[in-house]
Design a binder for this molecule. Structure first.
Ligand code: HEM
Length: 411
């Protein structure tokens, strides 16, 4: 390509420094200018709040076609395994006219009302998990609560048989590394095999519901296909169910881990919630702003355009740094301050914005609120245990792999 009309800078998203704490890099990029070009990723990187807002609100110029495309090249073995695996772009990675059609079918089923109906079930499961964790003197919040709760919620929502939960959770492991990380060829091949096995399983479940409808979301989506087989093909049904299964838990797990970590690193804020749990919903928004579980997201230009006066050629990849915009001082006063009472905390980009706005945001919020509410009430003196906190190197998804907490249970 010709020389870009903006500074060339490398984010180095897989480096140890970025993985441990991306925020200094995100701030540097945002301060440097509205757009930089990363020549190793081949992406125009946009970091300021208003510019990201304009991109998200213009799906004609900024296509979603690339959002789940592997950032790093896929090795030969994984490519061969995936050769016969045809995933229609259905939601996050689709564009008009298909996207509005798919979104209508899904949004009709994933209504905030339906998700709120799940709340008592989520609370009951969360109570069991939190109580079991608080019985241990030192516990890994990831293993005890943040991983099992969103997995359970997503799978119950869809209507998977509970005896398959372990297998479904195992298939989803490491998937982020294929699309956003730098998995080695052996791991890529393992993830590819899991993808195919999960896809075949999803096809079997969908066909089963076709023959034996039940009272669950999978059967409802199958019913939409029966009513209008041209408007929603069977392959689209399988892909929709497959996509929702994978979207439903990873980002929520990470968000829960980030939220508890940042709260325990700010004991005054945790104590404030313990004194007044009615602040929990706003605290959830502040954690999503301050340490979101999706720190960047991609688009691809369909025509030559400009962002903040910088020319961007047609067909370019654009990386929106949500993590930088969520701390843009032009939008958030004293953005480096973590403040659970912040009045515009919910204006973060962590769930996206516009036509692709996250369809699971209500469900994620319910789970985060339920867990934090339980913790501040039942464990007001919870603390972080001494530990090295580790993250999986990748471009977009962020959350600690483990989070050791010290409860007040006797050792
Ligand atoms: C804290 C947890 C979550 C975060 C941070 C998150 C974040 C996101 C983001 C950034 C997008 C893409 C927006 C865009 O391209 O503009 C998205 C889309 C989506 N999310 Fe979530 N998500 C979360 C939880 C969930 C859950 C629990 C579900 C399912 C029940 C879900 C289902 C979806 C779906 C179906 C889409 C595609 C929407 C579309 O393209 O129209 N998400 N999410």
């Amino acid at each position: 390509m010709t020389t870009p009309g903006c500074p060339v800078r490398r984010l180095e998203p897989f480096s140890a420094e970025f993985t441990a704490d991306p925020y200094p890099t995100l701030a540097r990029v945002r301060e440097e200018g509205p757009v930089v070009y990363d020549d190793s990723l081949d992406m125009f990187v946009v970091s300021r709040y208003d510019d990201i807002d304009s991109i998200l609100m213009d799906p004609q110029t900024f296509s979603s076609g690339n959002v789940v495309r592997p950032v790093c090249p896929v090795g030969e073995e994984a490519r061969e395994i995936l050769a016969n695996f045809h995933l229609d772009p259905v939601l996050a990675n689709s564009d008009p006219p298909r996207h509005p059609r798919m979104r209508r079918v899904t949004a009709k089923r994933l209504t905030p009302r339906r998700m709120h109906m799940l709340e008592s079930e989520i609370r009951a499961r969360a109570e069991q998990l939190v109580d079991a964790m608080l019985a241990l003197p030192v516990a890994d919040f990831a293993a005890e609560v943040a991983f099992p709760l969103p997995a359970y919620t997503g799978l119950v929502l869809l209507g998977y048989p509970s005896e398959d939960f372990e297998q479904l959770k195992a298939w989803s492991r490491n998937r982020v590394q294929l699309n956003w990380g730098r998995a080695d060829p052996a791991l890529q091949a393992e993830i590819a095999r899991n993808l195919v096995a999960h896809w075949e399983y999803t096809s079997r479940v969908v066909m089963d519901r076709y023959d034996n409808p039940q009272d669950d979301l999978i059967s409802e989506v199958v019913q939409s296909h029966r009513e209008d087989p041209e408007g929603l093909t069977l392959n689209e049904v399988i892909t929709l169910i497959f996509t929702i299964t994978t979207a439903a838990h990873e980002s929520t797990t990470n968000a829960m881990l980030n939220a508890l970590r940042v709260l325990l690193e700010h004991p005054d804020q945790y104590a404030l919630l313990a004194r007044d749990p009615s602040l929990v919903p706003n605290a959830v928004e502040e954690t999503l702003r301050y340490v979101g579980s999706v720190i960047s997201w991609r688009r691809q230009t369909t025509a030559a355009t400009q962002v903040a006066g910088v020319d961007i050629p047609a067909g370019s990849q654009v990386l929106m740094l949500f993590g930088a915009a969520n701390r843009d001082p032009a939008h958030f006063a004293e953005p480096q301050r973590f403040d659970v009472t912040r009045d515009n905390a919910s204006q973060h980009f962590t769930f996206g914005r516009g036509t692709h706005y996250c369809l699971g945001a209500a469900l994620a919020r319910i789970q985060l609120q339920v867990v934090l509410d339980l913790l501040v009430r039942r464990a007001p003196s919870l603390q972080l245990a001494p530990q090295e906190i580790e993250f999986m190197p990748n471009l977009s998804h962020r959350g600690p792999l483990r989070l050791l907490v010290r409860t007040s249970a006797p050792a």
